[in-house]
Design a protein around this ligand. Sequence first.
Ligand SMILES: N[C@@H](CCC[C@H](N)C(=O)O)C(=O)O
Length: 289
Amino acid sequence: MSTRIAFLKGHGTENDFVIVPDPENAVDLPPAAVAALCDRRAGIGGDGLLHVVRSAAHPEARAMAAEAEWFMDYRNGDGSIAEMCGNGVRVFARYLQRAGHVSEGDLAVATRGGVKTVHIAKEGDITVGMGRARLPGGEVTVSVGGRSWPARNVNMGNPHAVAFVDDLAHAGDLLTPPPFSPASAYPDGVNVEFVVDRGPRHVALRVHERGAGETRSCGTGACAVAVATARRDGTDPAVTGTPATYTVDVPGGTLVITEHPDGEIEMTGPAVIVAEGVLDAEWLGNALR
Ligand SMILES: N[C@@H](CCC[C@H](N)C(=O)O)C(=O)O
């Protein structure tokens, strides 16, 4: 790594991220460096890391450069790579706005899950076009503490298992990934959402994220939950021909998800920059040893 590396800290409904602006992709971020930065005691702390790179400068995003100038190179807090992060892409957009790279209005962001359209409102929340969900089917069971639930398999670019439960406390302490069966269902791991009803078109979730543990929110997870709940409720927009909007409470706030009859999903929620600074080169050198 080079010696002077700037960072910011931000969150979206308390799903928090270390942000590393690196337009020319000059900063080497091996998994150990990401895990050290995301460490809550010995590092900056975060559920994940947003590496902000120009698409043209990153081999995984070059093909999207004509459509989207910026690439969200998202990493989970343990250093692993994920296809997409719904809260992350809002915080990513907020950073670009704050840095003067973009202004309010529409913005295309390249992600490993494809190009996403982000709308930065004049004030307040940010809306993301999350694309369409895939519902691969197959029976999946999630178990915690002697209880088991059938889970809906929803892919939002990244994998989710959505289980409807009677009480969010039944998910337990979520200190380890909830076991699922068959074991072959998610060869690359999975994000697991536990969901309860709060009212008409209003649910609440807890989530165990692949590569991060229990988090205070998950944007792709909230979309997966809205999609699964609409199928359960008989409000699938592809069937009814009308959009389905769900309010999804997460431990760190609230997200609003709308699925349209063509399958396109929009998510609206806050995005906040908390701080910025410069990494200590000696700390980073030691963390990587
Ligand atoms: N918190 C994110 C999802 C981050 C990726 C996830 N842990 C995975 O590995 O798929 C969100 O807001 O969507």
